[in-house]
Design a protein around this ligand. Structure first.
Ligand code: FE
Length: 199
């Protein structure tokens, strides 16, 4: 089967203290790989097993959609973070965020608002719409912006399993930590097709 869960892009203690190793252990090994196991079981012996994960996200429904989207969302989430991330984006990306939102701080405020405002389980996203405009939005459960024809640029998992061990019920503190310490601006720039600067 082509659909898989890639290795974590860093060690399980690399995001501490913002997200501790026990969170990454459970979130990656049990939750993320658990969604994959369910997709594998549902697709056993079916032609879609050799297809693209994105096609399932566009076309599948019910439990197959939920689990396939969760496989994709988590792979994208791990790459949306990096050790010693956060801070200010490099100038090319800063210009894009300034023109879309007025300032990087305003983007940050809207992203935090989407992440903390989503009632129950879901995701916060920065996406590019079909006109090339950037938008911040949240999604419920496994919902993925690819389904709406948007290009995902950044995501934050706001299911309780993402933060409960480190922050208990304080989702807003987790979201602050995500934005201040973990966000991987290089990944956002890459998803926007911005050229890398020297070095
Ligand atoms: Fe999760």
């Amino acid at each position: 089967m082509k659909i898989h869960v890639p290795p974590l892009p860093y060690s399980k203690d690399a995001l501490a203290p913002t997200l501790g190793p026990r969170t990454l252990e459970l979130h990656y090994e049990k939750h993320h790989k658990g969604y994959l196991a369910k997709v594998q079981k549902m697709l056993e012996g079916k032609p879609e097993a050799d297809g693209e994960l994105e096609d399932l996200i566009r076309t599948a429904d019910g439990a197959l959609f939920d689990n396939a989207a969760q496989v994709w969302n988590h792979t994208f989430y791990w790459r949306s973070m990096r050790p010693r991330g956060g801070g200010k984006p490099e100038p090319a990306l800063r210009d894009v965020l300034d023109s879309a939102f007025g300032s990087v701080d305003e983007f940050r405020r809207r992203f935090a608002e989407a992440a903390t405002g989503e009632f129950g389980s879901g995701w916060a996203w920065l996406v590019k719409d079909k006109y090339g405009r950037l938008r911040v939005q949240s999604s419920t459960d496994a919902e993925n912006p690819i389904r709406e024809g948007f290009v995902p640029l950044l995501t934050c998992d706001v299911w309780e399993h993402a933060y409960y061990l480190d922050y208990q019920n304080e989702r807003s503190r987790y979201v602050e930590g995500f934005l201040d310490q973990l966000v991987n601006w290089e990944f956002v720039a890459e998803n926007l097709g911005l050229a890398r600067g020297p070095g």
